[in-house]
Write a protein that binds this ligand. Structure first.
Ligand SMILES: [Mg+2]
Length: 224
């Protein structure tokens, strides 16, 4: 049995982001964001009132602002916006596919007794459409539906780490977005960026990643 070592430490668990990391990234986040801002505008909340750029946080902020005026308005907005993004995620998942060597990677990690989990801001329904037998390959799936606070909040990773009975210090968080690195650092894990999304090596190094890999399956060669 081999070991996966990061900075001289043996890692026992690996947490993976999903889209752009284990599966092809085909969600158009820019379109998603623009449409959610459009929905917010129809409730009287303009983009100038929003400081955040991530869709789930935009929805929370708008919802909080509306809640000050009307609980019903706030609930209506949240429902409309969440339905919109979920439909977009499901549509993307219907055309989605895993990277060629994702199953090989997860099988290899399992063979070397590493625990694995997927930690995603996507909905579970979309992930299961792309990877229906995910639980045969991976010990846990923690999507946004399962936690109160999603990435970059450390709670998202700590929930997965607890399910795996792992500890943050012996866990690697791997993802295709600097936000995944930020989250890992917030949660106290090792972090790795992968270049299979829309980000460059420099983006991950700037975010403080412990390592940057061309793709997630490069972990296979690191097991020694
Ligand atoms: Mg991603």
């Amino acid at each position: 049995m081999g070991f996966l070592k990061i900075r001289g430490n043996i890692v026992k668990a690996v947490l993976f982001d999903f889209d752009g990391t284990l599966a092809k990234l085909n969600i158009d986040f820019q379109y998603m964001r623009e449409e959610v801002l459009q929905i917010a505008s129809s409730y009287g909340i303009g983009p100038n009132l929003l400081e955040t750029k991530f869709v789930l946080e935009i929805i929370n902020t708008v919802s909080d602002k509306l809640n000050l005026k009307s609980v019903q308005e706030s609930e209506n907005f949240r429902k409309e916006a969440m339905n919109f993004i979920e439909n977009l995620e499901i549509m993307a998942a219907e055309d989605g596919e895993l990277f060629e060597n994702t199953k090989e990677l997860l099988t290899c990690l399992k063979a070397h007794c590493l625990s694995t989990a997927v930690v995603s801001r996507n909905c579970e329904k979309a992930i299961c459409l792309v990877f229906p037998d995910i639980l045969n390959y991976c010990d846990a799936v923690v999507c946004r539906d399962k936690v109160a606070n999603v990435k970059p909040h450390p709670q998202h990773l700590h929930t997965a780490i607890n399910i795996l009975r792992a500890s943050p210090q012996l866990t690697l968080m791997l993802g295709d977005h600097p936000l995944d690195i930020e989250t890992g650092r917030n949660a106290g894990t090792f972090t790795a960026g992968v270049l299979t999304g829309h980000h460059l090596e420099a983006d991950f190094l700037k975010a403080g990643a412990d390592l940057v890999l061309a793709e997630a399956a490069d972990l296979i060669q690191m097991i020694k």
